[in-house]
Design a protein around this ligand. Structure first.
Ligand SMILES: *Cc1c(COP(=O)(O)O)cnc(C)c1O
Length: 380
């Protein structure tokens, strides 16, 4: 929570145009985050993962600071190009692309593509001839609060075959990528992945293909309720792992921070709609907010991400509550397995501040489920 966000919300209230819920993102925080990544990992290029927050203000700011961009679709590529950013700063990092979209990206000037199997290599070879490809390998994601499934990447033992196939079809077999899992709180998570990446480099080398790049992915955390290590400690852990597995031949590297770039820059203001109990004897209150899973807080799925929540009555005695959203879908419950402590004095109409909501919120909000509007956003 920054003073700028506090002032913005106060001014908005003073003018009476303060319908909750809304997300406010402080661009100064995004700027600081970018500069911290750039300073801490000086030999690494930053490809911001656009999906975390694709607001034009965020993209323009990062483009002006010199960031590159990791995209997953043609609209994301177009949003980045709309900032004036050149296509050679864009990676089409989704391993699942329609061949038509590969061709469109190529026509827009994009020359860097992710693959994780031979069928995808063939699409890129046909529709984006001569481009660079990197092969994504699976990661176990141990230590991540938002782990990724086996959906993306191949077993490291298959990667050399995929890259050799690309080489034979006239593509530039450029490197290896992985993602250690989002909200990765263990700085050593990159070590195992880099050991596997180095093995792919060796295997390709033996086949006469010299890879150049390791894409270290995202995973850099935002502080929610628990503390997280600094970017600096991630930087030194990654550097040590690169040395350990690549010796003196450290490859070109890129990172793709999403959450770590924008998460802590955003705050959602929400209103308490109802406080009730399921029986007179019940000691757990149900607190219903005007935002839930369908309004932008999708990452509370399985209660994975626990956001810090501030109330106007924070000094008062606290008691655990079930926290839920306003829609008529029974899945729209935020925290129930592990109830959330809130002040006993909390009242209907109180405004709550949900912190750390700059990433993976606004674009997750439904277009009109139950008639609720998409989350209003302000980038200041
Ligand atoms: C989503 C995504 C990221 C960003 O991940 P964070 O954990 O938010 O940093 C990076 N790379 C790829 C390929 C992604 O899909």
């Amino acid at each position: 929570m920054t003073q700028r966000i506090r002032d913005f919300l106060r001014n908005r209230r003073d003018t009476g145009r303060d319908e909750a819920p809304c997300l406010v993102v402080d661009l100064e925080v995004v700027r600081d985050n970018y500069l911290t990544f750039a300073k801490t990992l000086p030999d690494t290029r930053v490809f911001y993962a656009v999906k975390a927050n694709p607001a034009p203000e965020v993209l323009s700011l990062l483009a002006s600071l010199g960031s590159c961009f990791d995209t997953a679709s043609i609209p994301e590529i177009e949003m980045v190009l709309a900032t004036g950013c050149a296509p050679d700063r864009i990676s089409f990092g989704n391993t699942i692309k329609k061949e038509r979209d590969v061709a469109r990206a190529y026509a827009l000037g994009v020359r860097l593509f992710a693959v994780d199997c031979k069928a995808e290599v063939e699409k890129v070879a046909r529709s984006a001839p001569g481009s660079r490809v990197f092969c994504r390998i699976l990661s176990d994601c141990v230590g991540a609060e938002w782990p990724l499934s086996r959906k993306f990447g191949c077993e490291p033992s298959m990667a050399a075959d995929v890259l050799e196939h690309a080489h034979k079809l006239g593509l530039e077999a450029h490197g290896v990528s992985f993602h250690v899992g989002s909200q990765q709180r263990n700085t050593n998570a990159w070590d195992r992945a880099l050991a596997q990446a180095a093995a792919v480099f060796r295997e390709c080398g033996e086949r006469g293909i010299n890879l150049a790049m390791v894409n270290l992915g995202g995973g850099f955390p935002t502080k929610y309720l628990k503390n997280v290590p600094t970017v600096k400690s991630y930087g030194s852990a990654i550097f040590r792992a690169l040395r350990r597995h690549f010796g003196n031949r450290i490859p070109e590297t890129i990172i793709e921070p999403g959450r770590g770039m924008v998460g802590n820059a955003g705050v959602i203001e929400s209103e308490v709609v109802l406080i009730s109990k399921k029986s007179e004897e019940d000691d757990v209150r149900w607190v219903y907010l005007d935002i839930g899973k369908f309004g932008g807080l999708a990452e509370t799925m399985d209660e994975s991400i626990r956001y810090p929540i501030r109330t106007p009555r924070d000094g008062d005695a606290m008691a655990p509550c079930v926290l839920a959203g306003p829609t008529c879908d029974s899945a729209d419950v935020l925290y129930e397995k592990q109830p959330y402590p809130l002040p006993v004095s909390l009242e209907i109409g109180d405004r709550l501040l949900i912190e750390g909501t700059g990433a993976y919120t606004a674009t997750y909000s439904a277009v009109a489920f139950n008639g609720f509007s998409p989350l209003q956003t302000f980038h200041i």
